[in-house]
Write a protein that binds this ligand. Sequence first.
Ligand code: CTP
Ligand code: MG
Length: 185
Amino acid sequence: MDNIFLFTIYSMILFMPAYIANPGAVITGGHFRIDMGKSFHNKRILGDGKTWSGLIGGTLIGMLSGLIIFYILELVHSSYGNYSSNLLGALYVLFIMSFGSLFGDIAGSFIKRRLGMKRGARGSILDQWPFVIMSFIFLLFFARAFFIKFYGDTIPIIVLLIITPPVHRGVNVLAHKLKMKDVPW
Ligand code: CTP
Ligand code: MG
């Protein structure tokens, strides 16, 4: 690759659906609790904030956002590459990326509950990193060729982990101001 800076930005843009999946879950969420209200050692397994409607809806919204990116890159004949050379392959990669992201979000809530934090409590890094890390782990295991091509040098992953906390905070403060969220985190 001739320009490592541009390629890093490009790889980060391809990862945007993992970020969009989360607000997608906020919009579609709230129905059918995944832990069905059950507890483990007197603490909720996941809590009321993790629902099937959010997991499924967020995954679909993440995939849809990625599909838009896929078609734009097809349209401009991007030479840096795409999710896949065909629609089905792209949908597969986007499913792994988006579902992995929301699976990570659920894992973060699982850890928050084990630490005794109530649903919606400010989790800082536990709200900000698990979805990024889990999405990359899912891509590494289930969409390896895509992962190696765009994230194999780990530079975009490191940059994303550094910028995610301030971006996450900014988006949530904005969502709070617009009354879309009860709390600014
Ligand atoms: N949401 C959902 N299902 C998911 C993820 C999110 O229904 N799988 C919805 C819930 O309404 C949740 C909101 O999106 O309250 C915000 O998500 P998040 O901040 O991840 O959950 P919290 O309510 O803050 O709970 P936690 O402390 O477990 O993070
Ligand atoms: Mg939260």
